[in-house]
Design a protein around this ligand. Structure first.
Ligand code: ZN
Length: 515
């Protein structure tokens, strides 16, 4: 769809440069190029390349992730795909819309491969706890959620992700209290409103406390209910097409909350339907102890026995791996989602990302649920990944470019979409982040270093998903971001109230430190 265009998108032949564009005080709108007069917020039909015409980004520093960097180059987008990328100005393309990327760094859109969006509504609970303590504190809160909570939480969470450069996000939703509405449909609605590609993983738990699991029985489902609901979710929502903005995965929750039958039946269902498999694995030593006590083997061995290693599987966390485990993940093409902020927040340990990469295993990034990594941005996870690896392995452990590659191509591989996403290449989908590096970030000698290392990410001049503008000048252009932010606050209040009605008190303030 061809929209009226953001100022700064000019027909071919027009002067594309807008020095000091009249941004009306928008953040990031001062230094020429992409900014200009503010477009009315709330337009669902965000301007982009449209069905027929081309969109051209010029004069940007291009980091394709695959292939050499181009200090000043162009990208031609036609429809939802990248048509061409190269140095210097774009060829003359009559009717093309032009975006001047002067002072900007262009990268592929970032890909988030592990999240629990509903947890946006339960941030700030159980603040100094291990994973198991944290889960035991939060399961009764989550038991109170309904579709309204999920819709508000997912909208805020996905808007927050888009504002940190994310163009594709997975979500692992595994708590389905009975009679609370269609929670999966609620988050899918939210993803459509924000405009990012969405990979909801229909999660599940079937082993409560009475069966030796960690969760209370009130939040688990039975095997037949889970398998039926998961098959229905695939039938209703999964789109396998190249341009897909919605693909469903199958995702039993974790070794301490599911039965072996659920794992094997889920794998059979996913492979029958041609969708991917996801679960938490090797997140903490408590989990390892649980696997040894119950199954007599460590987590990766357990997965191997269940038929859960393979190129259609990606595991969240994978912190506690042996050398042999790393070899098996690499050999079988099993992916991992590295979630450094959450692992740090819960004191879980940190994944051996440098060694996984060196041995050829795939690693993507995940922000993990917001309740264990409050307000975590996906761009920020590149920094966390780099710093944690260097703290563990030394200063050459992970470069900024490796961190960017993990956040883009690594994520695309986890989701089985390396043919479509994760790099700037002709033929791939036009999911592009344009970061402004001509202000504070301009003082850093290397633009990729500036993107990855700063605690505050460079302004996001433009975020395209399939050629359509989702963010411009650090502002969401698909749905008013303040509206989504407020809906996230309402979701939090609603969940606290609903949990309170079930006898779960709100979180108490942390005690003050002793003098
Ligand atoms: Zn998780």
């Amino acid at each position: 769809m061809t929209g009226p265009g953001l100022p700064g998108d000019l027909p071919d032949g027009s002067p594309a440069d807008l020095p000091g564009g009249s941004s009306g005080g928008l953040p990031g709108g001062s230094a020429g190029g992409l900014s200009g007069e503010r477009e009315a917020a709330g337009t669902r039909a965000a301007p982009g390349a449209g069905a027929g015409g081309a969109l051209v980004i010029e004069n940007a520093y291009l980091v394709p992730v695959t292939g050499p960097e181009i200090p000043s180059g162009h990208i031609v987008v036609r429809g939802d795909r990248i048509e061409a990328i190269g140095p210097g100005p774009a060829p003359d393309l009559p009717g093309a819309r032009r975006v001047d990327g002067t002072g900007c760094l262009a990268t592929p859109g970032l890909v988030n491969t592990h999240h629990h969006l509903y947890q946006w509504a339960s941030q700030g609970f159980a603040r100094e706890t291990t994973l198991f303590e944290w889960l035991v504190a939060l399961y009764p809160v989550w038991a109170a959620m309904d579709a309204e909570v999920v819709r508000g939480a997912a909208g805020a969470g996905l808007a927050h992700l888009a504002l940190s450069g994310c163009t594709t996000s997975a979500d692992h939703h595994y708590v389905f209290p009975a009679g609370r509405g269609d929670l999966l449909a609620a988050e899918i609605d939210a993803a459509r409103a924000v405009g990012v590609r969405f990979h909801p993983a229909r999660g599940s738990m079937d082993r409560g406390v009475s069966d030796g699991g960690l969760p209370p029985d009130e939040v688990v489902e039975d095997l037949d209910t889970i398998l039926t609901a998961t098959a229905e979710a695939i039938d209703a929502h999964h789109d396998p097409s190249f341009s897909s903005k919605l693909r469903v995965a199958v995702a039993p929750c974790s070794p301490f909350s599911v039965s072996t039958e659920l794992m094997t039946e889920s794998a059979a269902l996913a492979r029958d339907r041609g969708v991917r498999l996801h679960t938490h694995l090797a997140e903490t030593l408590d989990e390892e102890e649980h696997c040894l006590a119950r199954y007599g083997v460590r987590p990766v061995d357990h997965m191997e026995k269940l038929g859960w290693l393979g190129p259609d599987v990606w595991f969240a966390h994978a912190v506690h791996l042996s050398d042999a485990d790393i070899g098996r993940l690499a050999r079988t093409g099993t992916g991992t989602a590295h979630c450094p902020s959450s692992n740090g927040r819960l004191g879980a340990g940190i994944a051996r990302v440098s060694e996984l990469l060196r041995r050829g295993a795939n690693v993507g990034l995940g922000v993990d649920g917001s309740a264990s990594a409050e307000l975590t941005s996906l761009a920020g996870e590149m920094r966390q990944a780099l710093l944690f690896q260097r703290a563990r392995y030394g200063p050459a452990a992970l470069t900024a470019r490796q961190a960017l590659s993990v956040a883009t191509l690594g994520g695309a591989r986890n989701l089985g979409r390396e043919a479509e996403l994760g790099s700037l290449e002709p033929g791939k989908l036009a999911d592009i982040a344009l970061w402004r590096i001509d202000s504070f970030a301009g003082a850093v000698a290397d633009p990729v270093h500036a993107l990855v290392l700063g605690t505050r990410q460079p302004p996001l001049a433009r975020l395209l998903v399939g050629g359509e503008t989702v963010v411009a000048d650090d502002e969401l252009r698909t749905t008013p971001q303040d509206e989504l932010g407020r809906a996230g606050v309402e979701a939090h209040r609603r969940l606290v109230r609903l949990a309170g009605e079930r006898g779960v008190p709100p979180p108490a303030p942390s005690p003050s430190p002793r003098p």
